[in-house]
Design a protein around this ligand. Structure first.
Ligand code: NAD
Length: 434
């Protein structure tokens, strides 16, 4: 089947490359000419493990192409996926749908006479599919088209495995022909036993927000338990294990830390809150999750300041990890940003190291010195702060860390290390919730 993927970012590029790997003929389209030029040159615009090899293999097999020319990308496509960004709208937190609407208008102009399914893969508020359909039908009344929803659940850092072995595929359709096309698109996956859930379009749209809001709630819940554990002398990791072994709860997303970040949870929880308020069905739990998480990021900065004795003016902090999680270069809404800014507001100087995030960090942070490896970031620092649990930080040479630091202070916001181990090396250790 011929597929066009509109938007070649973290989701569009991975989805497009995986569809090609299933044997489909895929054209990835993007308005960003530099991104397309890079891809045509065999270079990846993002860091995602395994992506370069997957893309190269499918380009070589002639199944995957990249273009800025929408007409060319859409030629003969039975399914046209929209995977453009839906960031928070400045000011009110609603999802900014301008890219989705623009893509719908562009697509409408290039629909031919044969039946085409336009599928929204971007995370979009309930009712967006109705609006996409209205835009297309107004712009091109003669087009034989159906609009479907197919929210994406992949995680950056494990995106290819998530796409190829999803927990489920959700398809929202109002039309049986669209259902058949999407079943064909995903046939290789459900032959592999991936559950395919077919719902109405609005239900599919809400399902994506409900999933992200639930996961954000789980993280925020354990973070609050961590704060309580610190006050009462309990260990939140054992609490997490103790509740996670209960099948009704499950062990995942129970790692206490600096608060959720990234390109999805912050904007999606906020957009869900706004949609719910607009429909007079406020989601008070999610409203609280948003507030608690927002406050937590700066609170983690204050936690570092407290560990350093309360005064960080002119002191140097070595920060390990900047991206919102390991194995990505994505810095969008990373907790590291608020933590570093809190430390800078209190007068601290920052040296940081991240294996992949520095290029994006440079756009978002000011007055940070970037080190070339973790140890260089700690040289002469008054504290080490571990913000993102990259594998490269899991087995640091602690004797070397101790010898490099000016003050033996370690704040581990991901609970990577055991307090006893740190104590053995003469390091004053602060974790989260223990
Ligand atoms: P992104 O910013 O990495 O990529 C979006 C791309 O769309 C950019 O390359 C941009 O140039 C392009 N674009 C914008 N308007 C266009 C147009 N009219 N025509 C062609 N290209 C256009 O965004 P992303 O992280 O891939 O997210 C895309 C959507 O997927 C969002 O709605 C997001 O919420 C959702 N999502 C993201 C993830 C994730 O982990 N990143 C996971 C699940 C769902």
């Amino acid at each position: 089947m011929r597929i066009a993927m509109i938007g070649s970012g973290y989701v569009g590029l991975v989805s497009g490359a995986c569809f090609a790997d299933f044997g489909h003929q895929v054209a990835c389209v993007d308005t960003d000419a530099a991104k397309i030029a890079r891809l045509n040159d065999g270079r990846m615009p993002i860091y995602e493990p395994g992506l370069d090899e997957l893309v190269a293999r499918n380009v070589q097999a002639g199944r995957l192409t990249f273009t800025t020319d929408l007409a060319r990308g859409m030629a003969g496509a039975e399914a046209v996926f929209i995977a453009v960004g839906t960031p928070s709208r400045r000011g009110d937190g609603h999802a900014d749908l301008s890219y989705v609407h623009a893509a719908a208008r562009d697509i409408a102009a290039h629909l031919g006479s044969s039946f085409t399914v336009v599928v929204t893969k971007s995370t979009v508020p309930v009712g967006t599919g109705d609006e996409v359909e209205r835009i297309i039908r107004t712009a091109n009344p003669a087009a034989d088209v159906a609009v479907a929803s197919n929210p994406e659940f992949l995680r950056e850092g494990a995106a290819i495995a998530d796409f190829k072995r999803p927990d489920r595929i959700v398809i929202g359709v109002e039309d049986s022909r669209a259902r058949r096309v999407l079943e064909d698109v995903y046939r290789p996956l459900y032959l592999n036993q991936a559950p395919l859930l077919v719902t109405g379009r609005r239900t599919a749209e809400l399902t994506k927000y409900a999933a992200n809001a639930f996961l954000a709630t789980k993280i925020t819940f354990i973070n609050e338990m961590a704060d309580l554990a610190e006050k009462v002398g309990a260990n939140v990791q054992d609490v997490a294990r103790g509740i996670g072994l209960d099948n009704r709860i499950g062990p995942k997303f129970l790692n206490a830390g600096p608060g959720y970040g990234g390109s999805c949870f912050p904007k999606d929880t906020l957009a869900l809150v706004k949609t719910a308020q607009d429909h007079d069905a406020p989601t008070r739990i999610v409203e609280t999750v948003v507030q608690v998480n927002e406050q937590r990021k700066r609170a983690m900065g204050r936690k570092v300041i407290a560990a350093m004795g309360g005064d960080v003016r002119d002191r140097l902090v070595g920060v390990l990890g900047l991206t919102f999680k390991p194995n990505t270069d994505d810095m969008r809404d990373s907790p590291a940003i608020a933590i570093i800014q809190t430390l800078q507001d209190a007068g601290a100087r920052i040296t940081a190291y991240d294996p992949q995030g520095v290029a994006q960090a440079r756009q978002l942070l000011t007055d940070v010195t970037y080190a070339s490896d973790p140890y260089a970031a700690l040289d002469g620092a008054d504290a080490m702060v571990l913000v993102t649990e990259w594998d490269a930080f899991r087995a640091l040479d602690l004797a070397r860390v101790k010898s490099l630091l000016r003050q033996p202070v370690v704040v581990d916001l991901r609970n990577v290390y055991r307090p006893e181990e740190m104590a053995r090396h003469g390091l004053a250790y602060t974790g989260v919730g223990r």
